[in-house]
Write a protein that binds this ligand. Structure first.
Ligand SMILES: N[C@@H](CCC[C@H](N)C(=O)O)C(=O)O
Length: 290
């Protein structure tokens, strides 16, 4: 495999994709290794001076024999993260469209472990997102004991506010708040405060969920390292897990996000979460370094 001698100058061929408006710059790194600095990723992510995206996805060759590819994920702030649900569906569409794989069932290694993706004849992608982790240390979240809801004190404008939230790790860390209405939920105010709250040592993605019925919820997510997005796949999985554990939801749930709907299935404790939704290619581009 050749090493790209100078990624700073070599134009970067990329594909712009989205999953329900959660948008990605996708790079085919299967033939040449590419290393980007945090600052370079932040420039590419910039919606005025760069390509603009929520996450950068790098598709790489597998490093072990039992998987088809390795897939790496970087937030818009340059941080590398463990998992991305909407990105996983776009990854599957990308490798199929570019002829990198003709398999309907693809196994891929991520920083959070191996996940399986299935392309359906209708053009959707079903992802086995693995078994959620629920213990505080696994999130990671600082707490004395596991609980369905934890109380967290947030400092706001010189005062403090108590917030109740559930914690779930879907490969990446999530906090889920149950709200009366997602339209009036304090996503912009509490999202950033909770994202970097000291009780979440690795920071956290923050979901605000409104339960409409046992099989239907609305969700907005303030994502770690990116801000509020139009959809968050792992956030949808985490929200359904949190709602199921509190006895509020059935096994199959439609999750309505600002960018569209995901179908999430979770039988319960020790079972993997299944996520189904679309993956859309928008355009091909060539980035020229300034
Ligand atoms: N948009 C994603 C999640 C991307 C990573 C996240 N911001 C994190 O820092 O963990 C999804 O669809 O799951």
């Amino acid at each position: 495999m050749g090493m790209n001698p100078n990624p700073n100058r070599t134009p970067l061929a990329f594909t712009k994709m989205h999953g329900l408006g959660n948008d990605f710059m996708v790079l085919d790194c299967t033939r040449a290794h590419l290393q980007l600095s945090d600052a370079q990723i932040r420039l590419l992510a910039d919606r005025h001076f760069g390509v603009g995206f929520d996450q950068l996805l790098m598709v790489e060759p597998a490093t072990r024999p039992d998987v088809d590819f390795r897939y790496r994920i970087f937030n818009a702030d340059g941080s590398e993260v463990e998992q991305c649900g909407n990105g996983a569906r776009c990854f599957a569409r990308f490798v199929r469209d570019r002829g990198l794989s003709d398999k309907d069932l693809i196994r891929v290694e991520t920083a959070a472990g191996v996940i399986e993706l299935r392309l359906t004849p209708e053009g959707r992608v079903v992802v086995n997102m693995g078994v959620p982790k629920l213990l505080p240390a696994e999130i990671p979240f600082l707490a004395d004991a596991p609980a369905l809801l934890h109380r967290v004190e947030v400092n706001v404008d010189g005062g403090s506010e108590q917030v109740e939230l559930a914690v779930v790790n879907m490969g990446n860390p999530h906090a889920v708040l149950f709200v009366e209405s997602v339209d009036t939920a304090p996503v912009g105010r509490l999202g950033p405060l909770l994202e970097s709250h000291p009780r979440f040592p690795a920071r956290v993605n923050v979901g605000f969920m409104q339960v409409l019925a046992r099989d239907r919820v609305k969700l907005r997510v303030f994502e770690r390292g990116t801000g509020e997005t139009l959809a968050c796949g792992t956030g949808a999985c985490a929200a359904v897990v949190a709602g199921r554990r509190r006895g509020l939801l059935d096994e199959r749930v439609e999750v309505a996000l600002p960018g569209g709907e995901l179908r999430i299935e979770w039988p319960g404790e020790n079972a993997p979460v299944l996520m189904a939704g679309p993956a859309t290619r928008v355009y091909e581009g060539l980035w020229l370094w300034p």
